[in-house]
Design a protein around this ligand. Sequence first.
Ligand code: NAY
Length: 288
Amino acid sequence: MNGIFTALICSFDEKGQVNEKGLREIVRHNIDVQKVDGLYVNGSSGENFLMSADQKKKVFEIVKDEVKDEVKLIAQVGALDIDEAVELAQYATNLGYDALSAVTPFYYRFDFEEVKDYYNTILENVDNKMIIYSIPALTGVSMNLDQFAELFENEKVIGVKFTAPDFFLLERIRHAFPDKLIYSGFDEMLLSAAVLNVDGAIGSTFNVNGQRAKQIYALAKESRIDEAREIQKVTNDLIAEILANGLYQTIKEILKAKGVDAGYCRKPMKRLTEDKVKNAKAMAVKYC
Ligand code: NAY
């Protein structure tokens, strides 16, 4: 379960329905062109929180059918409706997903006991492993070292997707839990996280920049930091342009420029203006 995992983008048609052909093409592009080690399905980048439970199931099914056992698969099943989270966890497990992940429950400012109960409830109902999805900037849920330690007490919790710029906490978790899997969640900070000896990374920009991410990670593991820094610099030039242009929409336009039917985002995410589509096409030529 180590290495570079793409936070998979999903293709939707003009009406916001899952575009199966496009989704399969995105999967193939990630495996055949970006050559990533695995896929993180129905995360933020997959627009998970904009989809119905049926749509999420459809995505899990299509991706597993396309991938078979070519790369590792992590199913993000977190949902505010805990029954839905359990149902999705069981569904993905039955399909053969290698591990589950669930975002910390958000919106109602749950206290830590509630967060812990959420993970334990999901895991009591499914025979699979869990990777905590921590993304405080979007959920408002920050956890400290002791709280991660409490979550890790459940043996089925095998790691964390750490999407935060807190390198002090990241180092503390790494040091305290050498046997848990830590995935870096901010692609622009991959090198810094790799230096701290994370086990891998999960990122949206790997859909279009996975090859560079693999190089950064491999070079860092070999302590070839100067070379890794050069590649992180080009990567961050691209990420800065993507973020300024509209994150997921721009990744989709870059994929389209590469011949992948990446479709549209679901509302209320907006469409790119013509100028921004042009910017994305220029990024595809310059970087991808
Ligand atoms: C997800 O679940 O899809 C992720 O969290 C992947 C991590 C990404 N975070 C978000 C919010 O999209 O790859 C990052 C991020 O897009 C990238 O670092 C650019 O900031």
